[in-house]
Write a protein that binds this ligand. Structure first.
Ligand code: ZN
Length: 300
C-alpha cells in the first residue's frame, strides 16, 4: 500500500516536472543588456518571454566585462535588447562572438539625444547614453520593445500590445508623480552637486540642475583636497544639496555638510536597479526613490 502511494507520488512529480519544462521551453528567450532595460522588457513581454539580464543589479554596464556564459545566453536568445548610444561598449563584440541569430533591437532609436557635461569615461562631448532617466524617453523604449517582440514573435502581438499599453499607462502616472514631487521644490533650490553625470535627461525633463564638482575626478575616490574644492564650490554657487557616491568616507561627507551648509542626499540610482529588497527594484521604484531623495534634500 505504502509502495503504491510512493509510485503514484513519483509519477505525479515527474508529470509536474515535464509540465514546467514544457512551459519554460514555450517562453521566448530574450536578453537585455542591463537591469533597468530588463525590467522594461519584462513588463512588455509578460509570461510569453524569459528575460535574461547581462549586467545585473547594482553593477556598472560602462565597465562590464562579458563572460563566456554571457556569449552562450546571447547565442540562445531570440531577441537581444540594447540601450545603444555607446552605453554598452562591449556589446558588438559579444553579439559577434556569440554567433547569435537573434533580432538585435536598439531601444534608444528615435530618442532626441544630448551631450554629456563631462566625459564620464566616454570621451569628450560624447552622446549621453542615460536616456531612460526621462520617463518620456522610457515610453519610447517601451514602444520599441513592443514592436521588437512582435517582430520576433508575431503570435504574441495582442499580448505585447495589451502589456505595453497597460505599462505605458503606469509610466504616464509615474511621470505625473515626478512632475508633482519636483514641482513642490522651490525653483531656486533645484540644484545639486553630484559625482555621477548620469542625470542630464532627468534634469532637462524635470528642471533640476545637476552640477559636477569642478576640478575633481568623478571616477576615483575623492581626496581630502577634493573635499576642500567641493566645499568652496558649494558656497560659491549656493548649492543646497550634495549627492556624492564616490565619497566613501563618512567623515568627509560630514565635513562637506558642516562647512558648506549643504544637505547630504541619499542614494540616487542611475545605471542599474537595486536588488529585489532594495529601494529601486524596478524602473518605477527607481524613479520614485530618486525623486523622493531629491525632494528630501532640497525642500525645507
Ligand atoms: Zn553611466
Amino acid at each position: 500500500m505504502k509502495q503504491k502511494f510512493f509510485a503514484a507520488f513519483v509519477a505525479f512529480c515527474a508529470a509536474g516536472t515535464n509540465l514546467s519544462v514544457a512551459v519554460a521551453q514555450d517562453k521566448m528567450p530574450v536578453i537585455a543588456t542591463f537591469s533597468i532595460l530588463g525590467d522594461l522588457v519584462k513588463n512588455v513581454g509578460g509570461h510569453r518571454i524569459e528575460v535574461g539580464t547581462l549586467v545585473g543589479s547594482n553593477a556598472d554596464a560602462h565597465v562590464y566585462a562579458p563572460t563566456p556564459a554571457d556569449a552562450k545566453r546571447v547565442g540562445a536568445a531570440k531577441v537581444v535588447f540594447i540601450n545603444g548610444l555607446g552605453f554598452e561598449g562591449w556589446i558588438t563584440r559579444l553579439v559577434k562572438a556569440s554567433g547569435t541569430k537573434a533580432l538585435t533591437i536598439t531601444v534608444s532609436k528615435g530618442i532626441k539625444t544630448r551631450k554629456m557635461e563631462d566625459d564620464h569615461g566616454h570621451g569628450p562631448a560624447a552622446t549621453d547614453p542615460h536616456a531612460w532617466q526621462s520617463v518620456s524617453n522610457a515610453k519610447t523604449y517601451v514602444a520599441t520593445i513592443r514592436d521588437g517582440l512582435i517582430a520576433a514573435d508575431p503570435a504574441g502581438k495582442s499580448t505585447y500590445e495589451a502589456n505595453a499599453s497597460a505599462y505605458l499607462a503606469k509610466l504616464d502616472a509615474l511621470e505625473a508623480e515626478v512632475q508633482a514631487v519636483i514641482g513642490k521644490i522651490p525653483p531656486d533650490r533645484r540644484r545639486i552637486i553630484t559625482s555621477h553625470d548620469a542625470f542630464g535627461y532627468f534634469g532637462a525633463a524635470y528642471g533640476i540642475e545637476f552640477i559636477a564638482p569642478t576640478g575633481v575626478s568623478t571616477e576615483a575616490a575623492v581626496s581630502a583636497r577634493d573635499v576642500a574644492k567641493i566645499i568652496a564650490q558649494i558656497r560659491r554657487q549656493k548649492i543646497p544639496a550634495v549627492f556624492m557616491e564616490n565619497v566613501t568616507d563618512p567623515r568627509m561627507m560630514e565635513q562637506i555638510a558642516k562647512e558648506s551648509g549643504a544637505k547630504i542626499g541619499g542614494r540616487l540610482f542611475s545605471d542599474a536597479l537595486s536588488d529585489e529588497k532594495g529601494p529601486a527594484s524596478s524602473y518605477i521604484e527607481m524613479m520614485r526613490n530618486n525623486i523622493h531623495q531629491l525632494a528630501t534634500a532640497l525642500t525645507s
